[in-house]
Ligand binder design. Structure first.
Ligand code: PEP
Length: 257
């Protein structure tokens, strides 16, 4: 049994497909994950397909242990917001989860802390479980401002979120320099930031709720490094990009114990 599970926090394996796959490969991959996960309930598995495949993937996974989430949502409930998708629409097509504040949204599309915070609130109101991403850039790490950056991002995203709602929320630490680069943070580096983030959560509310919350690591997680990362006491699962796109690289991650 992993340390993460001994902590009472059920590990999560989340596959963020980003803007990849097409209908046939998306459904094939979801079916393979469903089959491998079967009735396992020692790990929570969630897949995050592009918006247009959510409905079909959610239907395919209906009744299965594998859950579905979106990679983003709008901070508004409805109205004249061309190209946007509301949190309620995601619930309507069978989503349980939504990723918010991913560094690609922050850095490529200019999503700031306040917008991420508004999206978190909209997602919670609609009944979704947000995975809130935080993470410093390489320059920020080298400038020794990791803690300042992740603390600012987390505090802004969680401002005004009640203690009760925190139970539905998961944090993901995604150091930008590790995403899609193969340069995974070492278990020690990741563990240090996870411990720090749990302290920030404790400061925002209290340590009891902070200890119950799951903090995922994301950044070039692969079958050959997942075990070492998951041994770290404060790492409660992984947010996986590249390796989640193929069953050959995603399914072995389930054997992280
Ligand atoms: C991510 O996008 O959150 C991510 C961790 O990607 P990758 O696994 O490809 O580094």
């Amino acid at each position: 049994m992993s340390l993460a599970f001994r902590s009472g926090r059920r590990p999560i394996l989340a596959g963020n497909w980003k803007m990849n796959l097409e209908r046939k490969s998306a459904l094939g991959l979801a079916a393979a994950v469903r089959e491998r996960v079967g009735e396992r309930d020692d790990v929570e598995v969630a897949l995050f397909p592009p918006f247009v495949y959510l409905d079909e993937v959610a239907r395919l996974l209906s009744g299965a242990k594998v859950k579905v989430g979106a990679q983003n949502c709008c901070d508004e409930a409805s109205g004249a917001f061309t190209g946007e998708i509301s949190a309620a629409m995601l619930v309507d097509v069978g989503c349980d989860w939504v990723i918010l504040g991913h560094s690609e949204r922050r850095h490529l599309y200019g999503e700031g802390d306040a917008l991420v915070g508004a999206k978190v609130k909209a997602a919670l109101v609609a009944g979704l479980k947000p995975i809130v991403c935080v993470g410093e850039t390489l320059a920020e790490r080298e400038g020794k401002s990791t803690e300042q950056v992740v603390s600012r991002q987390l505090s802004a995203a969680l401002a005004g979120v009640s203690r009760l709602d925190l139970a539905r929320l998961v944090v993901a630490y995604d150091p930008v320099g590790a995403i899609g680069t193969g340069k995974t943070a070492t278990p020690d580096q990741a563990g240090e930031v996870h411990r720090y983030l749990r302290g920030v959560l404790g400061g925002l509310h209290d340590m009891e709720v902070a200890k119950s919350m799951r903090i995922l690591y994301g950044g070039s997680v692969k079958p050959d490094n997942v075990r070492d990362l998951m041994q770290v006491a404060d790492i409660d699962g992984c947010l996986v990009g590249g390796a989640s796109l193929k069953s050959e690289s995603f399914l072995p991650l389930l054997e992280f114990r």
